[in-house]
Write a protein that binds this ligand. Structure first.
Ligand code: GTP
Ligand code: MG
Length: 342
């Protein structure tokens, strides 16, 4: 069984890349399982991944600081027993250190487990801003990697790609550096070829380190029950756009240069959407998802942003949801869960 860790900052494209890799590996006869770790206890990426038909498990409320280690161990064992995958693709949270995740799994001392080289994704469109906002943290994610992918190159002027490659290579000269796009498919064959290699063991693994504290990222996640018996695609799209833009505007008021990820899933029997914004200057990206089993009308919203006080985020989320609801006549109430904050 090969363990593939695809790390990288919030919103760098981990879930999108894993879904594509999973499909391609599956088409070439591999048995693929996916483990995704989500910040807080409201799982958004799990909602997305399960709709693509993968054997998957989402670990929520489980940052390294809490229950992840125990849950990860249990999950990997269970997946092996029940499904026996040839590949397990692991998406750590955007505020984890990929090498630390590898170290934790290696410590489980499981038989017949190989690690693919550690991959860190770097969003080329936000690189400068991300380094300004989260310099030491992002540097560590870059130096942890054995394969560095500059992602979203479809959105970049070609001239900038080698400039960013040169910057990251300076930080980590021994890593293989490459360009990647999930829109054009650029780099996918190369990445899959690299995953066939083996990860090199390093002496400088630091376990039990507080990557969340080191990131300077504040997070808040919440689930809402939606009271709208009917919902058409146009209204739903406008509604989620309003929610994202409201959150973005308010977070920008706290930090005009924030980077992070404001993302949501809207689940409704009529329509299922995934939507996200990754920085102060970013535009909303919205996509439809297939319907899942028994989708009770609900929306999950996660805000993760650099250098803002986390105390403000709960109010911002609630206000965004209620304002957008007023605009589109969609009532919401809080779904019950206990909070988990950093
Ligand atoms: N244009 C373009 N957009 C991309 C690409 N990869 C990802 N995206 C978009 O970037 C946004 C974030 O992607 P995700 O895959 O959710 O990122 P993530 O790293 O899993 O985010 P977190 O789990 O929150 O840390 C989404 O709107 C994606 O559609 C790409 O190669 N090109
Ligand atoms: Mg993700």
């Amino acid at each position: 069984m090969k363990v593939v860790i695809i790390g990288g900052f919030l919103g760098s494209g981990k879930t999108t890349t894993i879904l594509t890799l999973g499909r391609l590996l599956g088409e070439s006869g591999e048995k693929v399982a996916i483990i995704v770790n989500e910040i807080g206890e409201v799982g958004i990426d799990g909602d997305v991944i399960m709709r693509y038909g993968f054997e998957t498990k989402e670990l929520t409320n489980g940052c390294i600081c809490c229950s992840l280690k125990r849950d990860m161990k249990y999950t990997i064992h269970q997946m092996r027993e029940a499904y026996d995958p040839t590949y397990i693709l692991i998406e750590p949270t955007g505020i984890a250190f990929p090498l630390q995740i590898k170290g934790e799994i290696a410590r489980m001392n499981m038989d017949d487990v190989e690690f693919a080289p550690i991959v860190t994704l770097i969003d080329g469109t936000r690189f400068k801003q991300q380094m300004k906002e989260t310099k030491n943290f992002s540097r560590r994610q870059i130096t942890d990697a054995e394969v560095l992918c500059i992602t979203k190159v479809d959105l970049m002027k070609p001239l900038y790609v080698p400039i960013i490659e040169a910057s990251v290579k300076q930080m980590n000269p021994s890593a293989h550096c490459m360009a990647l796009s999930m829109v054009t498919g650029q780099g996918l064959d190369e990445l899959i070829e690299r995953l066939a290699d083996e990860s090199v063991d390093r002496a400088d693994v630091i376990l039990d380190q507080d990557s969340i504290g080191a990131s300077g990222i504040a997070t808040h996640a919440r689930s809402y029950v939606i009271e709208a018996p009917k919902l058409d695609e146009k209204t739903a799209t406008r509604y989620v756009t309003d929610v994202l833009l409201h959150v973005q505007g308010k977070v920008k008021g706290l930090n005009p240069d924030f980077v992070g990820h404001v993302k949501l899933t809207l689940l409704h029997p009529d329509i299922t959407l995934r939507a996200s914004i990754t920085a102060a200057a970013d535009e909303p990206s919205i996509g439809a998802l297939d319907a899942g089993p028994n989708d009770d009308p609900s929306m999950k919203v996660l805000i993760a942003a650099s250098n803002v006080p986390w105390e403000s985020l709960a109010e911002i989320a609630d206000e965004a949801v209620s304002r957008a609801g007023e605009n589109h006549c969609i009532r919401t109430t809080h779904a019950l869960h206990h909070g988990h904050r950093h």
